[in-house]
Design a protein around this ligand. Structure first.
Ligand code: AMP
Ligand code: GLY
Length: 451
């Protein structure tokens, strides 16, 4: 089969690595790809925003299956375009992708289907949003604050979310009234996230441990992958600003089979059933971001695709052919192969290496060394890398790679236990160097309740 993989991050490198192991694969193309993906795929030039261009390319190259990595082309309707041209595609339709592309849609959907989530209200009017935010803060017992700049430890101000896609940056957890009011202004009036902030969700702040459950679906049947735990904060001990994710481990020992079962019953199967009932069957990967609360799992968000960096830890544990699973999803036959989907009895840890300055501005084009000297069972998935300007682009070319993004590499190790996987991943990290490289030293660490 000829496959076309859309995307250029660490998630897509992990997908390419796994797809390349399938005996069903004849030729893998990637658009726009990266040097890591180029080890397995022929890179095609093009833009993920040029939907007709992608359809034309897929026809020209006789593509049998397109796999869509990131959310933006899904939200723009790439699946609908490709299917209309008769090209099988793994990834939900534009209507189904609203679960991620509109938090207002997603929250209303959860309310309609009694899915446990934070209490909320959504707004398109700034004054109404501001009044609600202030009122909620008063209800939470913050009305006696003498001035709004006063920081309240462990405050429970509501969470503010730009409804549209904002590259993971549209969620604000204010610690003060002033911070919340300023964020609302920036989102709704100054249009910091563009149109993504035209509507805002204001919701109850939940506490607990987070887990990401990704699940394959054919629109009817849904099969969970192993649960994973991301690390969103930049610094050790969960300090510093939020990022796109600084590391991940799987399976999460905090989400044992009983909890997965509960999440499937309350937060995952109801989505698949609800979307089908509403005329938008969800085919692809549904990603449920859950908070494990004393009252059971509650949904923080849905994504309509594989997680990044969750995929870099989860896919190395999958023992079954990924193309087989994707074809079963597209053909509506996931129930037939579900019992054959197998996972390794092992643990995977992924440590993200980021550019100095990330998540704010950072330099690009810095040489990366050590990628060819990694220990066995360690893989460096490329996220923000590129060839230097003069270097020849080509299949298998890996020497001379430079930094080209905030999160540069995801170093993943698989081992029988969490502590072995962690030690091996950090052993891999020690081989790699680029100027200003920063990473967390506590991914899957002992401080996490002794795992
Ligand atoms: P989201 O993009 O909705 O997953 O939000 C990004 C991150 O913000 C989540 O992974 C959580 O760490 C945090 N977050 C989102 N919603 C809430 C909430 N209602 N309560 C507490 N934390 C939240
Ligand atoms: N790791 C969070 C995401 O993929 O959105």
């Amino acid at each position: 089969m000829n496959l076309l993989l859309l995307g250029s991050g660490g998630r897509e490198h992990a997908l390419a690595w796994k797809l390349a192991q399938s005996p069903l694969l004849t030729h893998l193309y990637a658009l726009p790809g990266n040097p890591g993906i180029a080890q397995y795929a022929e890179i095609l030039p093009g833009s993920l925003t040029d939907l007709p261009g992608i359809v034309a390319l897929a026809s020209t190259k006789a593509i049998d299956l397109v796999i869509v990595g990131p959310e933006d082309p899904l939200a723009a309707g790439i699946t609908d375009h490709l299917l209309a041209a008769g090209i099988p595609t793994f990834g939900p339709s534009q209507a189904a992708a609203q679960l991620e592309s509109s938090k207002a849609f997603s929250k209303a959907f959860m309310a309609r289907h009694n899915i446990p989530t934070a209490r909320y209200q959504s707004f398109t009017d700034f004054d109404a949003a501001l009044a609600y935010f202030r009122q909620w803060s008063v209800v939470s017992g913050q009305s006696s604050i003498p001035n709004s700049q006063f920081l309240i430890p462990n405050s429970q101000f509501p969470v503010l979310k730009a409804s549209g896609l904002a590259a993971g940056k549209g969620v604000i957890l204010p610690e003060t009234l002033e911070e919340g009011e300023r964020a609302l202004r920036e989102i709704m009036l100054d249009k910091r996230f563009g149109d993504a902030g035209a509507e805002v969700v204001i919701e109850e702040r939940l506490t607990g441990r987070e887990v990401s459950i990704l699940a394959f679906s054919d629109g009817k049947t849904v099969v969970p992958m192993l649960p994973a735990q991301d690390h969103k904060r930049l610094l050790d001990h969960d300090e510093g600003p939020n990022t796109g994710g600084m590391g991940v481990f799987a399976p999460s020992p905090y989400c044992p089979p009983e909890l997965i079962q509960q999440a499937m019953e309350t937060a995952i199967q109801p989505v698949i059933d609800g979307m089908r009932a509403e005329g938008h069957p969800f085919v692809g990967v549904l990603f449920a971001g859950l908070m494990l609360t004393p009252n059971g799992p509650k949904v923080l968000e849905y994504n309509c695709r594989f997680g990044d960096p969750e995929t870099q830890a989860v896919l190395p544990l999958l023992d079954t052919d990924l193309i087989d699973i994707m074809l079963a999803c597209i053909d509506g036959k996931l129930d037939q192969i579900a019992p054959t989907i197998r996972w390794k009895e092992a643990v995977s840890v992924c440590v993200v290496l980021a550019s100095g300055g990330y998540p704010d501005s950072y330099p690009k084009g810095l040489p990366i060394t050590g990628l060819d000297a990694l220990p066995e069972n360690v893989i460096a998935f490329h996220a923000g890398t590129a060839y230097p300007p003069q270097s020849p682009r080509g299949r298998g070319e890996e020497r001379g790679v430079v930094t080209n993004g905030g999160r540069v590499l995801g170093v993943t190790a698989v081992a029988p236990t969490m502590s072995e996987a962690r030690a091996l991943a950090y052993q891999g990290v020690e081989h790699i160097h680029f100027e200003g490289m920063q990473y967390r030293t506590d991914i899957a660490g002992e401080s996490r309740d002794g795992i």
